[in-house]
Write a protein that binds this ligand. Structure first.
Ligand SMILES: [Zn+2]
Length: 340
């Protein structure tokens, strides 16, 4: 199966009330970990790369790794998504490189840091939607700003500041009507990176009423939760046990994400949890086998550790078991869909 437009996966998830994890990648082992988890659980997958990841890997390596994943796993539908495109040009170059879905993050200026005006966001997102849909490619937009900074994106706000930039549901309605985006990233109090919450979350860490309100207004728009790693304490403990230094931190509890999924969230971005799993596994090898110098002997366990995180998220979000039940449309078929 060739890479599929993300919209077909999100539509299927909406019809069947589940969510899909979107995992970030920048190397071969990460892609292999996700695909192994997808085989293990029978899950459709969204694999995404940020601008930073595209620079790190080079688009050609990334494209061929993704095509290898599709070739080796013909029964798993795979969408390849650009995370946080900072400009129309970044989105267009991703589409040229074979991405089947792009995020135009017009909530921030081209620098990927400064909050942008609503008018700018509408205009740049509308442009990307017009060009992407003409090729059957899916578009995710963002309204409101998330805290934290990760991989060169994010407004770099503190958690308190981020709470002042939550998505306005009425504005979301206007944004979707004016741009025609397939999916909308919403700001509900999450932030990027490992340091999301300094206290143990109490169950009200997310402003779930924003999600509920947007879902009522826009039942056919797929919502996306960014910054949704759970930052498992056991992964932090492994890193600390083998010499790493991680400050006290907490992520978004999986149960909170599941509440979001019940209210129209279809894509859940997870990056930090996989980074923690990889780092812990590598540290463990370095600390316990000090003579080891074969990269396969530490990248292999790192890959296994990431696979375990992916399996847990795919199962918790409900996408497990659906890989074989989707008949994904091709980009060509999506062109006709958008044209009607
Ligand atoms: Zn994000």
């Amino acid at each position: 199966m060739s890479l599929v437009p993300m919209r077909t996966l999100l539509d299927h998830a909406a019809e069947n009330d589940y969510g899909l994890a979107a995992f970030n990648v920048n190397n071969m082992e990460q892609i292999q970990a996700i695909m192994a988890a997808a085989e293990e659980t029978g899950s459709p997958v969204i694999i995404q790369a940020s601008r930073g990841a595209r620079q790190y890997t080079n688009d050609a390596y990334l494209r061929h790794l993704m095509l290898a994943a599709a070739e080796l796993h013909p029964k798993i539908p795979i969408a390849m998504h650009l995370d946080h495109g900072n400009s129309a040009e970044t989105c267009f170059s991703a589409i040229e490189q074979g991405f089947t879905s792009v995020m135009m993050d017009g909530s921030l200026e081209v620098d990927g840091k400064s909050p942008a005006s609503f008018e700018y966001n509408v205009e740049v997102t509308r442009q990307v939607v017009a060009a992407a849909h003409a090729k059957g490619v899916t578009v995710e937009g963002e309204l409101g700003c998330l805290g934290g900074i990760e991989d060169g994106h994010g407004a770099g706000m503190s958690q308190d500041e981020a709470m002042k930039h939550l998505t306005d549901p009425a504005q979301a309605e206007e944004f979707v009507a004016k741009t025609g985006v397939d999916a909308l990233a919403v700001a509900i109090g999450t932030s990027h990176g490992a340091y999301k919450f300094t206290k143990k979350p109490t169950g009200d860490v997310l402003v779930m009423s924003v999600i509920e309100d947007i879902h009522r207004r826009l039942p056919n728009t797929h919502m996306v939760m960014h910054g949704s790693s759970s930052v498992p304490q056991e992964l932090l403990a492994i890193i600390r046990e083998y010499g790493g230094e991680m400050k006290e931190t907490y992520g978004v509890p999986v149960e909170e994400i599941q509440r979001g999924i019940k209210n129209g969230v279809r894509k859940v971005n997870v990056d930090t949890d996989n980074r923690l799993a990889i780092t812990g596994a590598i540290r463990k090898v370095f600390a316990t086998k000090k003579g080891e110098f074969d990269p396969r002997k530490y990248l292999g366990p790192a890959r296994d550790a990431m696979q375990r995180v992916c399996v847990a998220r795919m199962t918790a979000f409900g996408q497990a078991g659906y890989a074989g039940k989707i008949k994904p449309a091709t980009c060509k078929e999506m062109v006709a869909f958008y044209g009607t």
